[in-house]
Write a protein that binds this ligand. Structure first.
Ligand code: NAD
Length: 337
């Protein structure tokens, strides 16, 4: 099987995780990387032995030896590189949130259809074995069609300094919106959301959203940036899916590993992306493996769906609007605005 040749746009915190994960895959080769910061670019090139370094995405996209582009730039800057990459004939993995605007999400989807290339949303929790097992239990009727879903995502407070750059719905809750759409298997009809800005920032540190799906399923999603830094708990998430024939749940505030030292206590996350003997492990790696396999076999992905991601952005947009206005939003209203 030929290796999938990869280019990465954006080498910040998460772009470096992409670089690390691709570099430990036998079926991928990172051919070229790009970041507008010369220091970051040079450091990444040196660390991973990559010689094709670009400060400008357009220059990288002119190469004709790249199959797949990872777009890992800021949340508000996914549209242009995604459209250009598709038009230059590359498949594209675009990080979550695929964009913060429904019109942009639909423009990306249309560009992918025109180009005939794959457009893949970075909703990596579909590749976490626990979330995937819930989907299987829904489909096999061990849990069955969801009636009620609860999903919580809590992150350490210091991260809010950076991630208040977009509304919490696009940074954290978008993961759960995607999972809820995946499990329910249908569109959201209406949302009512409540945001609490503790510090006075434009984005709320605490966000609750009630969703009603077109098939009648209900979901309550709760995201917050309120875990005290001193607690050392990187991820404190939880899920419960009550279906017509059973219930599935788990919570992740304890990965099983605790490190105690003079700096305090740390409970690191071991599921999203970490290193094991110099190799990347976690659901990021599983997602990239799946995408590379689809590309090298010429198969359409069945586990991830850009149509679901577009709907996820519509739902997120409605949640932000509900927070701002205090009103319930019926989704068609936002779709046609
Ligand atoms: N799937 C996940 O679980 C997950 C986790 C973390 C972050 N993310 C997502 O990944 C994306 C990046 O997040 P981050 O934390 O790495 O951000 P970051 O701010 O650390 O890095 C962004 C990088 O992109 C570069 N950049 C921005 N615009 C560019 C352009 N036009 N051309 C070239 N380089 C450009 C910046 O210089 C910076 O190095 C966001 O969409 C974020 O939400 C996803």
């Amino acid at each position: 099987m030929n290796k999938v040749r990869v280019g990465i746009l954006g080498l910040g915190r998460w772009g470096m995780c992409h670089l690390e994960a691709y570099s430990s895959l036998g079926q991928a080769e990172v051919v070229a990387i790009c970041d507008s910061s010369p220091e970051r670019l040079e450091r990444a090139g040196l660390e991973y032995g990559i010689v094709n370094l670009y400060l400008n995405a357009d220059d990288l996209l002119q190469r004709n030896d790249i199959d797949l582009i990872s777009v890992v730039t800021f949340e508000s800057q996914h549209l242009e590189p995604t459209l250009k990459a598709l038009r230059s004939g590359k498949h594209v993995l675009v990080e979550k949130p695929v964009t913060t605007r429904p019109d942009e999400a639909r423009a990306m989807q249309a560009a992918a259809a025109d180009s005939g290339r794959l457009l893949l949303p970075g909703h990596l929790l579909r590749f976490d074995p626990r979330y995937a097992a819930i989907k299987e239990a829904v489909q096999s009727n061990r849990v069955g069609t969801p009636v009620s879903m609860y999903m919580k995502r809590s992150r350490e407070h210091y991260l809010f300094d950076t991630f208040q750059r977009v509304h919490t719905v696009f940074e954290l809750m978008i993961h759960d919106i995607d999972l809820a759409i995946w499990y329910a298997g249908c569109r959201v009809r209406s949302v009512k959301a409540y945001g609490k800005s503790v510090s006075g920032a434009a984005s709320p540190e605490v966000l609750w959203a009630n969703l009603e799906f077109e098939n009648g399923a209900l979901a309550v999603l709760h995201s917050n940036w309120m875990t005290p830094d001193e607690a050392g708990v990187e991820i404190a998430d939880a899920i419960e899916v009550i279906g017509q024939s059973g219930t599935a749940h788990f919570e992740t505030s304890n990965s099983g590993l605790q490190i105690w030292n003079s700096g305090g206590r740390l409970t690191p996350d071991m599921n999203i992306h970490t290193k094991l003997h110099g190799q990347s492990v976690g659901c990021l790696r599983e997602q990239l493996t799946y995408i590379c396999r689809c590309i090298s076999r010429g198969e359409d992905p069945t586990v991830i769906s850009f149509a679901d991601a577009v709907h996820g952005v519509e739902v997120a947009d409605a949640i932000a609007a509900s927070c701002a206005t205090g009103r319930e939003i019926v989704l068609e209203e936002t779709v046609t605005k």
